[in-house]
Design a binder for this molecule. Structure first.
Ligand code: HEC
Ligand SMILES: [Cu+2]
Length: 384
């Protein structure tokens, strides 16, 4: 029994050593195994070794139980002429003590190894880089300290990152298998997760979610990015919360953050609707279509004419212009809930600024210039 405890300790030490060598940065992510995907965070080796130790204990006892069952079934089978129920062993105190004490010690050993990793996993280092995460039906919004925002998660390599998780509606759960990170996101409460990944994946060269995309030079290979899931069923659009994590070296990450916070400012007013419009529409497309089909929300096909005809839109009415109404619909969707729809739209207050809202309105005004299926600008070549 001492030896099994020692082997647990040994595995834990090995895990720590592995984690240290990963930190030194010679290696890349640990390769996938039968049980686990590749391990790309500093805690991955420790988690995997804890799992391995528990697995091996299970294999051992599984084999022991199966073999003994087979042996005893043969050895103590009923033989001709034997009477039932005679002369069988009943109580054996040493044996009972043995099979109570040994598993107890084993389980305590597993607890100690697990609890150590648990503390590591749940206590973020003090110098961690904070990223705010908002989960909502059915999208992620990642907010960076400089005001940048993204739908996929971008993180700096070689630095602890702490995610501050919030939900604006129901229970969600953030899961990054390659990092061995999983954390529930509970409405009305902050939860936290942290990780450190030392290996840059690079930037997405094109949409890696498109399986038909041809690899272009310098583009990120989809296998390199880390998948990010919502892992708490949160309604019909749950699977739309599958995103990616991109790990950038620190300089690229800082540059990306600056670009990301300023991307819309750099676009001239008259190009806004076709340069920024489709990108922002990417955050509305789960619920709104351009082709006339109604989803969770009303289609945007013909939206400007429809909205102009509302009895409360027009000079001297609640909304002087249709732009006013659309603006309010985006910032305070509950103000007027279009029948027969539910009040299901999240507010984009604090996420879309005035310029972004102008871009959306411009987009709605020029819908005939966009592909009704994909939302892409049809005159893209002419615009160059
Ligand atoms: C989770 C689903 C969802 C998302 C995401 C969503 N909406 Fe909505 N939207 C709705 C629903 C449902 C309605 C109808 C009920 C209401 O008025 O709140 C609606 C209504 C609207 C209306 C009023 C339409 C009308 O005919 O009066 C506008 C404008 C609008 N959304 C814009 C947006 C924009 C812009 C985005 C993206 C930045 C967006 N929505 C994202 C669900 C959504
Ligand atoms: Cu979810």
């Amino acid at each position: 029994m001492l030896t099994s405890l020692q082997s647990i300790n040994l595995a834990a030490t090995k895990a720590l050593a592995l984690a240290a060598s990963a930190q030194a940065g010679q290696a890349g992510p640990t390769p996938p195994t039968f049980w686990m995907p590749k391990g790309a965070s500093t805690i991955a080796p420790g988690v995997d070794h804890t799992l391995d130790v528990i697995n091996w204990i299970c294999y051992f006892f599984f084999a022991l139980v199966v073999v003994l069952t087979a042996v005893f079934a043969v050895k103590y089978r009923h033989r001709k002429g034997e009477r039932f129920g005679s002369d069988h062993p009943h109580h054996n105190t040493p044996l009972e003590l043995f099979w109570t004490i040994v598993p107890t010690i084993l389980v305590i050993g597993i607890f100690v190894v697990g609890f150590r990793s648990y503390l590591d996993i749940y206590t973020a280092p003090k110098n961690a880089f904070d990223i705010k995460v908002t989960a909502q039906k059915w999208a992620w919004s990642f907010q960076y300290p400089n005001g940048a925002q993204s739908d996929d998660l971008y993180v700096p390599a070689g630095k602890p990152v702490r995610l501050v998780l919030r939900s604006s509606d129901v229970l969600h759960s953030l899961y990054i298998p390659d990092f061995r990170v999983k954390r529930d996101i509970v409405p009305g409460r902050y939860t936290y997760a942290w990780f450190q990944c030392d290996y840059p994946t690079g930037m997405p060269g094109k949409d890696v979610r498109d399986p038909n995309a041809k690899t272009v030079e310098g583009a990120l290979d989809a296998a390199q990015a880390h998948a990010l899931f919502c892992t708490e069923y949160c309604g019909t659009g749950h699977s739309k919360m599958n995103r990616y994590v991109y790990v950038l070296d620190e300089a690229s990450f800082n540059q990306w953050m600056v670009d990301q916070s300023q991307w819309i400012d750099k676009i001239p007013e008259e190009e806004l609707y076709f340069k920024a419009g489709p990108k922002i529409f990417g955050r509305c497309v789960q619920c709104h279509s351009l082709d006339g089909s109604n989803g969770i929300g009303p289609t945007w096909k013909g939206i400007v004419d429809r909205v102009k005809a509302y009895p409360f839109v027009g000079e001297g009415k609640k909304y002087a212009t249709y732009q006013d109404y659309i603006r309010t619909s985006i910032l305070a969707p509950g103000d007027y809930v279009v029948p027969p729809y539910a009040n299901a739209m999240p507010t984009f207050k604090g996420q879309l600024n005035d310029k972004a809202i102008d871009a959306v309105i411009g987009y709605m005004e020029h819908l005939d210039e966009f592909d009704p299926k994909t939302g892409k600008y049809l005159k893209a070549d002419a615009a160059k």
